[in-house]
Write a protein that binds this ligand. Structure first.
Ligand code: SF4
Ligand code: SF4
Length: 77
């Protein structure tokens, strides 16, 4: 598991520090319901046949993964 160095302040408070990896990813289980997009605090998620997470914008907070009814969002490696 890779860790993200230098995470501090508000981001640290929003992040499960035991689970820091790369950006979260949306898998083929996505049914494009849009729930995750409305929950993401940084606007990292965009629409599509399968929704996508921009790894440069995602802060690994995990909110989308908790919100997804399909369990389609997983922590990256
Ligand atoms: S909440 Fe889950 S199923 Fe819905 S758009 Fe997001 S990833 Fe896809
Ligand atoms: S982990 Fe957080 S920041 Fe990243 S896409 Fe999901 S809700 Fe947005």
């Amino acid at each position: 598991m890779r860790t993200v160095p230098g995470l501090s302040g508000q981001f640290a408070n929003q992040t499960n520090l035991k689970n820091i990896k790369m950006a979260y990813k949306i898998t083929d289980d996505c049914v494009a319901c849009g729930t995750c997009m409305g929950e993401c605090p940084t606007g990292a998620i965009s629409e599509g046949d399968i929704y996508k997470i921009d790894p440069n914008v995602c802060i690994d907070c995990g909110t989308c993964a908790d919100a997804c009814p399909m369990g389609a969002i997983v922590a990256g490696e």
